[in-house]
Design a protein around this ligand. Structure first.
Ligand SMILES: C[S@@+](CC[C@H](N)C(=O)[O-])C[C@H]1O[C@@H](n2cnc3c(N)ncnc32)[C@H](O)[C@@H]1O
Length: 159
């Protein structure tokens, strides 16, 4: 099973790089795990709505260039549906049994997602009602994916 995190923007903070490297390594024991970074757009100081829409559309196009038609795409979005870790593990298990060979988790940029990306998503998921910076969110998401594999394999880790 291939699992990819497709994220807008480059990871800059050392402490996040280290955390993400650790969980990526752990995940390799369960799946073929990959992180794909797409470049972000420069955001003007006070963008108009039209500028925001254009930025999200450009970033969205770069994301969708990596998502194949046969991939299952999970979009991470603050205002979407929430589930607990057990439910999330169950959902992943079901997707894997449905014949998909690749699951793409998509993290947006500072302005969130454009319409095209929202429309392509097979599942829209929120991890909390609180907004996290996209770089920190990457680490939180990868830990939750790892947790889901531990739960589905009945291994001790989760409390
Ligand atoms: C800084 S946030 C974007 C905030 C933007 N104002 C919005 O409402 O989408 C950047 C990205 O991080 C992810 N993200 C941050 N917090 C999240 C959360 N609690 N649940 C799901 N995704 C989150 C989403 O993919 C989001 O597009």
């Amino acid at each position: 099973m291939k699992i990819r995190v497709i994220a807008v923007g480059k990871l800059k903070e050392k402490y996040l790089k280290e955390g993400i490297a650790e969980y990526s390594k752990r995940l390799q024991g369960y799946c073929d795990f990959e992180i794909v970074e797409v470049s972000d757009e420069r955001i003007p100081r006070r963008p108009t709505l039209a500028e925001e829409a254009l930025i999200k559309a450009k970033e969205g196009r770069r994301i969708l260039d990596h998502v194949k038609e046969r991939d299952y795409m999970i979009l991470l979005d603050v205002s979407s549906k929430q589930m607990d870790s057990l439910h999330f593990a169950c959902e992943l298990h079901d997707i894997m049994l449905s014949g998909y060979s690749t699951i793409d988790f998509v993290i947006g940029g500072s302005l969130g997602h454009g319409d095209d990306v929202l429309e392509r998503a097979n599942l829209k998921l929120s991890i909390s009602k609180m907004t996290m910076p996209h770089q920190l969110f990457r680490l939180v998401l990868i830990e939750q994916i790892y947790r889901a594999f531990k739960i589905n394999n009945n291994e001790t880790y989760h409390k």
